[in-house]
Write a protein that binds this ligand. Sequence first.
Ligand SMILES: *[C@@H]1O[C@H](CO)[C@@H](O)[C@H](O)[C@H]1NC(C)=O
Ligand SMILES: *[C@@H]1O[C@H](CO)[C@@H](O)[C@H](O)[C@H]1NC(C)=O
Ligand SMILES: *[C@@H]1O[C@H](CO)[C@@H](O)[C@H](O)[C@H]1NC(C)=O
Ligand SMILES: *[C@@H]1O[C@H](CO)[C@@H](O)[C@H](O)[C@H]1NC(C)=O
Ligand SMILES: *[C@@H]1O[C@H](CO)[C@@H](O)[C@H](O)[C@H]1NC(C)=O
Ligand SMILES: *[C@@H]1O[C@H](CO)[C@@H](O)[C@H](O)[C@H]1NC(C)=O
Ligand SMILES: *[C@@H]1O[C@H](CO)[C@@H](O)[C@H](O)[C@H]1NC(C)=O
Ligand SMILES: *[C@@H]1O[C@H](CO)[C@@H](O)[C@H](O)[C@H]1NC(C)=O
Ligand SMILES: *[C@@H]1O[C@H](CO)[C@@H](O)[C@H](O)[C@H]1NC(C)=O
Length: 398
Amino acid sequence: MKNSMRFIVLQVLLLWLQFTACSSYSELNALLKLKADMKGPRGRGLEDWDDASSPLAYCSFSGVTCDEDLRVTALNLTFIPLFGFVSPDIGLLNKLVNLTLTQSNFTGNLRKETANLTSLKLLNISHNNFSGHFRGKITLVMMDLEILGAYDNNFTGPLPWEIANLKKLKQFDLGGNFFPVPASLAHLKNLEELYLVYYNAYEGDIPPELGYIASLQLLDMANCDLTGEIPASLSFLRNLYTLFLQMNHLTGRIPTEFSKSRTEWEAQGTRRHQKPPNRNASSGFVQRRKLKTMIAIANFFYGVIPQQLGECKSLSKIRLTKNYFTGSIPAGIFNLPLAIMIDLNGNYFSGELPLEISGDALGILKLSDNNFTGKITPAIGNLKSLHTLSLEMNKFSG
Ligand SMILES: *[C@@H]1O[C@H](CO)[C@@H](O)[C@H](O)[C@H]1NC(C)=O
Ligand SMILES: *[C@@H]1O[C@H](CO)[C@@H](O)[C@H](O)[C@H]1NC(C)=O
Ligand SMILES: *[C@@H]1O[C@H](CO)[C@@H](O)[C@H](O)[C@H]1NC(C)=O
Ligand SMILES: *[C@@H]1O[C@H](CO)[C@@H](O)[C@H](O)[C@H]1NC(C)=O
Ligand SMILES: *[C@@H]1O[C@H](CO)[C@@H](O)[C@H](O)[C@H]1NC(C)=O
Ligand SMILES: *[C@@H]1O[C@H](CO)[C@@H](O)[C@H](O)[C@H]1NC(C)=O
Ligand SMILES: *[C@@H]1O[C@H](CO)[C@@H](O)[C@H](O)[C@H]1NC(C)=O
Ligand SMILES: *[C@@H]1O[C@H](CO)[C@@H](O)[C@H](O)[C@H]1NC(C)=O
Ligand SMILES: *[C@@H]1O[C@H](CO)[C@@H](O)[C@H](O)[C@H]1NC(C)=O
């Protein structure tokens, strides 16, 4: 009895050894093939990826992480001078959870074999020279993908519809490519950060559908050749902390008042693809308790700054430089408790500064090149963190 138990244990052990030996052989082989395909013309990079040492040494190759079964779970190659195509053998590393191939010179497209990587949670191929249409099919099986970074490559559109199936995607960075931005991104119901920044192949306006991604906390659409107005639907984004829109050709007023009350809004939000509620004054975009940063530098925005912006106590940075805003600044703006930077240079703001200015954290206050009048309020002297103040090119008296 005892002997047969021992025998079984031995058998199991042998099987396990064979299995790991076999899988480790293929892991090592896959890595060596990757290296062979990726090395630059001068053969530099990945010098320690070498089969001469022990057969299991690949788990300590630079950039490689293994699990206890000696399967490669993370590959992180960044700032290594690699060139060329990613080998199809990438598909053999099918336990990969993190795949980071950034700041290199990879060319071509993602291999169709990448579709074997069903456990991926993070795929970052930013800062390379990948090109062609992004292969949507490979993402169909990546049901756990949370982070997809493809910033600064040469991908061209259209952005594949399959991306919209990535239900767990939280962070998506497709900036610095030539994608048009499809409305289908609105299906990414868990998306928290969306970067579309720099030279995407836009035609026209901000897709209003982006306002339906309720979980969105950060939306970066700077430098995208955007035209048109900010769609009212963006006021639905109750969790938005940061909105970058600088360096575009946007126009219109900064939208403030869209939805009636927050509760009503929530009711609206559950009915997908409903038309946005009518504009109204009680709660809106800039009144979101959470908005921290508002940057709209160098556009064609005009109109007055909504009073509610001054009531948005969470705001820490406001930069509206180089637009066509008019009217006076809501007094609340000068008394935001968390503000560290208020930069309104280069507009057509007018009126007098309020007598009261507070803000213990305010370090930068820029009001130059506007049409302010009246006295420069002495309260500015009480701002204890202030280190940069510009007031020139106005019509202050005294
Ligand atoms: C993947 O990367 C994340 C950080 O982005 C890290 O927390 C996690 O432990 C990594 N997973 C593996 C298997 O290396
Ligand atoms: C990859 O490695 C770099 C350093 O070489 C590190 O900064 C980065 O956080 C790593 N990425 C992941 C996802 O582990
Ligand atoms: C990529 O290639 C360019 C041009 O050959 C070179 O200047 C750059 O250093 C390369 N990057 C890396 C990370 O090797
Ligand atoms: C996918 O992974 C399995 C298991 O490792 C492997 O047998 C198969 O060859 C892989 N397919 C591709 C296309 O890499
Ligand atoms: C980038 O890819 C293009 C082809 O798409 C190629 O002509 C060029 O040499 C590549 N650049 C680098 C630095 O690898
Ligand atoms: C992208 O393509 C352009 C030409 O379309 C080329 O000049 C450039 O080197 C390519 N690579 C990157 C990384 O932008
Ligand atoms: C991808 O890697 C780069 C560093 O090479 C990093 O700056 C960037 O934040 C990463 N993107 C994502 C979406 O994690
Ligand atoms: C906006 O709200 C006010 C009450 O605050 C109400 O009188 C008005 O009818 C509303 N307008 C719209 C378009 O819903
Ligand atoms: C500047 O303010 C004066 C009134 O003080 C007004 O007459 C003038 O039109 C304003 N200029 C601009 C460009 O807003």
